[in-house]
Design a protein around this ligand. Structure first.
Ligand SMILES: [Fe+2]
Length: 457
């Protein structure tokens, strides 16, 4: 049976027919509708090209402090080598944009389809994730040449009369947001790798943290009621942020700043890691099995807490937000503090309407910093650390994943993971928003993940 095709109108080449399953699987019509549902506002080809150049260039700048040897190694199955991130983000554009849409495009290397496929069963086989560090070939130079090859094709296409429009332009946009996610992973994976080296090498010399006197702890009371949550159709959002829907919130209070290192150290000193009554059952067995007694990267040196940062090892800043804790640790801390973690919808209700401002990747600190001492409003909503919520990562009412292979992006991970909100010091500022849902398993702690308390009003 002849498979349905997607017609792509082109001034220079007439109508191109692309087999639908190459783009999004067999459910073509639904896919096109679904992209249209995503957003009312599509960037123009000129805007997409400018954004493409900026995002791709930033990835390469973030890689520059790393040697070819740094880029090769994989420190654990969850983390990927920097070289793999560079290649995989390029694979995304090749696989989902150029191959299905660009007439006459030839893949850079036929083997890359498998080597740099992360988890898309709909695309085919994948090289095993724990063995990404064994890919000593292609070399870093070859991967950089792969990037240049794909960049030339994408930018040439975006500059032409037949620039991708509609659904295909949406996929370019998704590819750019996908690459921004990998920019953050490149940094957190590099941090994990370098932390395992006894020389405690720095990724880069970090700027000194701005002087801060510390912000007093406070609560922001929030009224209950029915709220609209989830992404509007104005601008880009991932499928997991939609559809926008009504949710009932009970009155609650949210802490006006993040939990600090000093507060977390107090929890440890009070026997936090030795008191099973504070812990979720899975959390208690996890800390026993893995021997956790402090956040990842903390190191007790003669009674003085130090931590490994992207700037190397340094004494713990007591006023900076605690980072690199698992959900289990965040939850145990909250219980110890007589509070709880917020739900993701409570967090979103407070964040909605506020500007995306904070210690994000663009600030250059690459590490959480203390909240400014002045002011009583809610601080640090964006940036510093991803904030663990108490919400299981689940579909919103009416959720529909993108059809075909791209539908595997978010939807298939909606089990056994927990939502985090707000972005971190490694998140690009134009990547995160009030409705953005990050998600990790409850024992993950190599991301910049921290704690904001909540309580029932
Ligand atoms: Fe990816």
């Amino acid at each position: 049976m002849r498979k349905p095709a997607v017609r792509i109108e082109s001034d220079s080449m007439g109508t191109i027919e692309v087999p639908a399953e190459r783009l999004w699987g067999a459910q073509t019509q639904r896919s096109l509708e679904h992209f249209a549902i995503g957003s009312d506002r599509m960037p123009t080809a000129v805007e997409l090209a400018a954004r493409y150049r900026a995002v791709r260039a930033l990835t390469e700048r973030l890689r520059e402090p790393l040697s070819a040897e740094d880029c090769q190694a994989q420190s654990m199955p969850d983390a990927s080598p920097a070289k793999w991130h560079l290649a995989h983000t390029t694979w995304f554009f090749e696989t989902f944009v150029l191959e299905p849409g660009r007439r006459g495009y030839q893949p850079f290397h036929s083997a890359f389809r498998v080597l740099f496929n992360s988890y898309y069963q709909g695309v085919g086989e994948q090289h095993p994730r724990p063995q990404r560090g064994l890919l000593t070939r292609p070399s870093l130079d070859e991967v950089l040449a792969y990037r240049a090859h794909v960049d030339a094709y994408v930018l040439d296409w975006l500059a032409g009369d037949d620039a991708p429009v509609g659904a295909l332009a949406s996929v370019v946009e998704i590819g750019l947001h996908h690459e921004q996610q990998h920019q953050e992973l490149l940094l957190t994976d590099a941090k994990h790798l370098l932390s395992g080296n006894p020389l405690a090498p720095a990724y880069a010399a970090l700027p000194p943290a701005p002087p801060a006197a510390g912000r007093a702890f406070g609560w922001r009371m929030v009224d209950g009621g029915v709220r609209e949550v989830g992404a509007t159709t104005d601008g880009f959002a991932f499928d997991n942020e939609r559809p926008r829907h009504a949710a009932l919130l009970e009155p609650f209070a949210l802490s006006t700043r993040l939990t600090t290192n000093a507060e977390y150290a107090e929890f440890i000193a009070d026997g936090g890691y030795r008191r099973p009554e504070l812990w979720l059952s899975d959390g208690w067995s996890t800390i026993l099995t893995r021997g956790w007694q402090a956040p990842l990267y903390w190191d007790d040196r003669d009674g003085q807490w130090c931590e490994f940062t992207l700037g190397g090892r340094r004494p713990l800043d007591p006023l900076a937000p605690v980072s690199h804790v698992s959900l289990y640790e965040a939850d145990a801390f909250a219980t110890w503090a007589g509070a709880r973690l917020p739900t993701e919808l409570e967090w979103e209700a407070v964040a909605t309407g506020r500007p995306v401002r904070g210690n994000l990747l663009d600030s250059g600190h690459l590490h959480p910093i203390a909240a400014a001492a002045n002011g009583t409003d809610v601080a640090q909503l964006y940036g510093d650390v991803w904030e663990w919520t108490r919400s299981a990562y689940a579909p919103y009412p009416g959720f529909r994943p993108l059809a075909g292979a791209l539908g595997e992006y978010n939807g298939k991970f909606m089990s056994s993971q927990v939502v985090l909100r707000g972005g971190s010091c490694a998140t690009p500022a134009d990547h995160v928003r009030a409705s953005y849902r990050n998600f990790f398993p409850p024992d993950a702690r190599w991301q910049f993940s921290g704690i904001r308390l909540a309580k029932d009003a």
